[in-house]
Design a protein around this ligand. Structure first.
Ligand code: FES
Ligand code: FES
Length: 150
C-alpha cells in the first residue's frame, strides 16, 4: 500500500504493508535515530513527533498517518545538539539509545508549556525511560534549557 506523509518537512511516499508500524517504516528508510527497545509501548526510545506531539512510533500504524508530519532527530539536529549541551553541562549525558526520544519529548514540552513546574516536566517525560540514572541531573538540565529558551 502507498502512504504519503511529511518526513522532516519533506513530502514522501512509502510502500508499506497494512500491518506495518511507523517505527519499522522509519528504520527501513534510514531514520536510525528512532530506536526499537521494547516494541510494546513502554520504553519511549521509539518516540517521534507526529504533528508536533510526542508519539511512540512502535504503536502507530503507518497507513494511519497519511498527510501528517513526522519529525525525528534527523530533522532537528541543531536544537537537539543545543539540548545535549545542557545535559553535558549537568553531567546528565544520555546514551545513544534513549537520547533521541527524550530530546524530541523535551522539544514538544517546550512548545506546549510556557512555565512548566517540576511535576509538569516529570509527567511529560514519564514515558522516556532511562535505567541508568536518577533523573535529577536530567531535570536540572531540562529546566535550564527551558529557562534559557524563553
Ligand atoms: S520501542 Fe516503542 S515504546 Fe519501546
Ligand atoms: S542513558 Fe540511555 S538508557 Fe540510561
Amino acid at each position: 500500500m502507498k502512504v504519503e506523509f511529511f518526513l522532516n518537512d519533506r513530502k514522501r511516499q512509502f510502500d508499506v504493508s497494512p500491518d506495518e508500524y511507523l517505527l519499522e517504516t522509519l528504520r527501513k528508510n534510514h531514520i536510525t535515530s528512532v530506536k526499537n527497545g521494547c516494541n510494546e509501548s513502554t520504553c519511549g526510545v521509539c518516540s517521534i513527533l507526529l504533528d508536533g506531539k510526542p508519539v511512540l512510533s512502535c504503536t502507530v500504524l503507518t497507513i494511519r498517518i497519511e498527510g501528517q508530519h513526522v519529525t525525528t532527530v534527523e530533522g532537528l539536529q541543531d536544537e537537539v545538539s543545543h539540548i545535549s549541551d545542557y545535559f553535558g553541562d549537568e553531567g546528565a549525558d544520555q546514551c545513544g539509545f534513549c537520547n533521541s526520544g527524550l530530546a524530541l519529548t523535551i522539544i514538544a514540552l517546550k512548545k506546549e508549556y510556557k512555565n512548566p513546574t517540576d511535576d509538569d516536566i516529570k509527567n511529560y517525560i514519564v514515558g522516556n525511560l532511562c535505567r541508568c540514572s536518577g533523573y535529577q541531573a536530567q531535570l536540572k538540565a531540562i529546566k535550564r534549557y527551558l529557562e534559557d529558551s524563553k
